[in-house]
Design a protein around this ligand. Structure first.
Ligand SMILES: NC(=O)c1ccc[n+]([C@@H]2O[C@H](COP(=O)([O-])OP(=O)(O)OC[C@H]3O[C@@H](n4cnc5c(N)ncnc54)[C@H](OP(=O)(O)O)[C@@H]3O)[C@@H](O)[C@H]2O)c1
Length: 309
């Protein structure tokens, strides 16, 4: 496992992040075993959110922390807030009041005193950066949150938030995989009159690289917004063929190659895996040891159905 430095205290955190969105699919006992295995494998960065399984992911993590004294201190724990359902209406809420209440509720479910990082989950168009900055100041001063970041944000949003808060925004968690790569399509098709050249995210990868935000790729094995995974899917025959061939050459699995493709981007990259299976989690770890060369990277990109100008 390779590690990157992260946050104000320069923590060493794993490039593979354990995503726990589906942790409630496991019983307490299964989750206990799974999480300890993850740590054994060197995955010391765990990601959750208040809305995953309606708080259930945080609760399951909290049960495991409570049952294993000392475990919490061994991991870098990140949660998110801002996605709400109010009387049956879905909305995004970055008001200071909501952020402060949400963190208190997360800490209670997680049975911990503090989060190592808090991400604002999905852009709230009504956000007022001054009050977010106030909330961050209170959370930091009271020791409830050590670091802050964002998720699914474009550079204009991050820049606007950063202008008001003194805490460096440390991460942007965005969807990315070799079969879901609009941020690379736009970069590769600059100045082209094709749809691939449409820059939807405003140069988010370049922005994060330039400003040292860690890019945390969520759903690294999926091809669409919560669509299926491309591994083994006949719709992605060519991609699977190439991943398997390179996996054979590198003596790893196609899963590891697919993750290595993400980690190859020259920035502070992490991949947020969502499996609940120990075997699949183990397959992911060697991804950090594989450095794809340009030929392999571009071959995978094109095998996923993309073209180059
Ligand atoms: N910031 C955001 O907006 C956002 C949004 C969504 C997710 N996330 C984070 O990202 C994490 C990962 O998301 P994800 O679960 O969509 O990521 P993923 O790792 O791309 O998808 C994993 C899913 O595919 C299955 N899978 C993995 N390998 C497989 C294989 N070889 N064959 C068949 N199925 C396989 C897993 O199920 P098994 O358990 O059966 O292996 C799991 O359901 C989440 O846990 C969450 O922490 C963030």
């Amino acid at each position: 496992m390779k590690y990157i430095t992260f946050g104000q205290d320069q923590d060493q955190v794993s490039q593979v992040i354990l995503g726990t969105m589906n942790l409630t699919q496991l019983s307490f006992q299964e989750a206990d075993t799974f999480l300890k295995e993850a740590l054994e494998e060197g995955i010391n960065f765990w990601d959750t959110a208040d809305c995953y399984a309606d708080g259930g992911s945080e609760e399951r993590l909290g049960e495991v922390f409570a049952a294993n004294p000392g475990l919490r201190e061994k991991v870098f724990l990140q949660s998110k807030c801002g996605i709400r359902n109010v009387d049956g209406v879905k909305l995004f809420d970055f008001s200071a009041e909501h952020i402060l209440n949400a963190v208190d509720a997360s800490l209670e479910r997680l049975k911990t005193e503090s989060l190592d990082c808090l991400l604002l989950h999905r852009p709230d168009v009504l956000m007022e950066p001054e009050e977010i900055a106030d909330a961050f100041r209170i959370l930091h001063k009271t020791g409830k949150v050590r670091n802050f970041g964002v998720s699914n944000m474009n550079p204009a949003m991050i820049r606007r938030l950063q202008k008001y808060t003194k805490y460096k925004l440390e991460a942007n968690q965005i969807q990315m995989s070799c079969a879901f790569s609009p941020m690379f399509d736009a970069a590769l098709h600059v100045n082209m009159q094709t749809d691939s050249g449409i820059m939807r995210e405003g140069g988010v990868m370049e922005y994060c690289a330039e400003n040292d935000l860690a890019v945390q790729a969520w759903s690294p094995l999926r091809y669409g917004f919560f669509d299926g995974i491309f591994l083994g899917d006949p719709k992605f025959e060519k991609l699977n063929e190439v991943l398997e061939r390179i996996a054979g050459e590198q003596n790893v699995t196609p899963t590891a190659v697919a993750l290595a493709w993400i980690l190859r981007y020259p920035a502070r990259m992490q991949a947020v895996i969502g499996t609940t299976k120990v075997s699949r989690m183990r397959e992911s770890v060697p991804a950090t040891e594989v450095t794809l060369d340009r030929r392999q990277w571009y071959e995978i990109y094109q095998a996923a159905g993309n073209d180059l100008p």
